[in-house]
Design a protein around this ligand. Structure first.
Ligand code: PGA
Length: 256
């Protein structure tokens, strides 16, 4: 069961990198990780305007491409949104949803994130569904209840459609702060998420669903985080902007 969870590493570039910087990343990163390419999946998430270019640049390599968000409708009067139909049309298979910046800076609530998730799944995309508590919620011992609230919508979707789902645990207090969750803190929440999936979806689904950790991941902590039983991959922001730094995170993470 467990070995079905191929290690997965995702670079979330957020609103960084113009076209020439996107292009300059691909070669060095592919070279740095080539030797490990059969041992894990590697995905780059540029801003939407470069999805098409990056998809072309990575063709024939071991690297895949993700969008950072997608709309909840197939088409229509939704200014500024990008439909999952359009991502699929570009050949983009992955989409990050419910990232903490979407939830907290852009005020996407659970209902909206769930609607985006449903739309992505219906289009056959592979969503990376992000959950995580804020510092004040952790301090008030509300970590598990917040995460439960974020996961609750999965129950309505049903196991069949959820099949490709990836979950990312990203404690808000660890994102971009330099303060990562300790491997034990990450493991505790990952185990909680897997138990929740087992109870509310099925044990088969829980066992084969990948749960990534994100929040101040760097080369120095990737192996330790990846050595935890329920950590199946890493979602990396700041340290993914440099190809050799992200390559090192992948390489060390795969050795653990
Ligand atoms: P960080 O961001 O690695 O810069 O903390 C992670 C994320 O937001 O996905």
């Amino acid at each position: 069961m467990v070995d079905l969870r191929t290690p997965l590493f995702i670079a979330n570039w957020k609103m960084n990198k113009v076209g020439r910087e996107v292009q300059a990343f691909v070669g060095p990163f592919c070279e740095a990780t080539q030797r490990q390419s059969s041992r894990g999946e590697m995905v780059l998430a540029p801003v939407a305007v470069y999805l098409s270019d990056l998809t072309k640049m990575t063709q024939g390599t071991h690297v895949q491409v993700a969008a950072q968000n997608c709309g909840a409708a197939k088409s229509g009067a939704f200014t500024g949104e990008i439909s999952p139909v359009m991502l699929k049309d570009l050949g983009v298979r992955w989409v990050i949803l419910g990232h903490s910046e979407r939830r907290h800076v852009f005020k996407e609530d659970n209902a909206l994130v769930n609607a985006r998730l449903k739309a992505a799944l219906e289009e056959g995309l592979t969503p990376v569904f992000c959950v995580g508590e804020k510092l004040e919620e952790r301090k008030a011992n509300r970590t598990f209840s917040v995460i439960e609230g974020q996961l609750a919508g999965l129950k309505d979707l049903g196991e069949a459609i959820l099949k490709p789902l990836v979950i990312a645990y990203e404690p808000v207090w660890a994102i971009g702060t330099g303060e990562n969750a300790t491997p034990d803190q990450a493991q505790e929440v990952h185990a909680f998420i897997r138990q929740w999936l087992s109870k509310n979806i099925s044990s088969t689904f829980a066992n084969r669903t990948r749960i990534l950790y994100g929040g101040s991941v760097k080369a120095e902590n990737s192996a330790q985080l990846m050595s935890m039983e329920d950590v199946d991959g890493l979602l990396v922001g700041g340290a993914s902007l440099d190809p050799l730094s992200f390559g090192e995170i992948v390489n060390r993470g795969l050795k653990s």
